[in-house]
Design a protein around this ligand. Structure first.
Ligand code: ADP
Ligand code: 5GP
Length: 195
């Protein structure tokens, strides 16, 4: 496969409960695969975690700025992912620019966001990353140690609901063994290359 061959732009949506390994798998794809991928940097009102920088992990905005930009129609989709929590949203300009350049733009977003994207872009490739179990999910989140116990409980509660929506996605990938999950993702993307 040649990464220089020009390709039609694509929108790829990756969802799955918090802690399932979306970020890990997406990073691996960006670093190791040959697809013309570009990660869509979302905006959020949550605080940065240690090591997260503005414009790389997210555009970290105040709630006021987020709401102003939403009012101006700058988001393709935006949601309060966890009840009563931070806002997250995909910027229209980011997706439009990437698709125009023939990139495969990766959106790592929640189930509500994914449904909104599919309404607007029915040809989007949707992938749900599944955990081996809720217990394993808890272990991964505890191991990552980035959330308070209250935030972790919220994320696990939401996980149950999200997993029930997995059937909405075109593809489902079990992230038990990381290398197997990665190989499956590459396989899915390979099947979407121009002939
Ligand atoms: P998400 O982006 O879905 O919230 P992360 O990519 O941050 O999840 O992964 C959560 C934690 O689980 C991280 O500490 C990561 O190293 C670990 N992890 C990811 N995939 C696996 C796997 N297949 N087996 C064990 N641990 C994993
Ligand atoms: P985190 O706070 O762990 O970075 O992300 C929490 C959740 O927010 C993840 O499930 C992630 O997929 C989702 N998320 C991140 N960015 C967006 C976005 O732009 N839109 C939507 N709808 N969800 C997002």
């Amino acid at each position: 496969m040649s990464s220089t061959r020009s390709q039609r732009g694509r929108v790829i949506v990756v969802s799955g409960p918090s802690g399932v390994g979306k970020g890990t798998l997406v990073r691996k794809l960006l670093e190791n695969s040959d697809f013309p991928l570009e990660l869509s940097v979302s905006a959020t009102t949550r605080s940065p975690r240690a090591g997260e920088s503005h414009g790389v992990a997210y555009w970290f905005l105040s709630r006021e700025e987020f709401l102003q930009r939403r009012e101006r129609g700058e988001f393709l989709e935006s949601f309060e992912v966890y009840p009563g929590g931070a806002l997250y949203g995909t910027l229209k300009q980011t997706v439009d620019d990437a698709v125009k350049q023939g990139k495969w733009v990766l959106l790592e977003i929640d189930v509500k966001g994914a449904k909104s994207i599919v309404e607007q872009i029915p040809e989007a490739i949707t992938i749900f990353i599944e955990p081996p179990s809720i217990e394993e999910l808890r272990k991964r989140l505890e191991g990552r140690a980035t959330e308070s116990p209250e935030e972790l409980a919220k994320r696990l509660a939401q996980a149950q609901e999200e997993i029930q929506q997995a059937g909405f996605y075109r593809y489902r990938v079990l992230n038990d063994n990381l290398d197997d999950a990665y190989a499956k993702l590459v396989d899915i993307l390979q099947n979407h290359q121009d002939a």
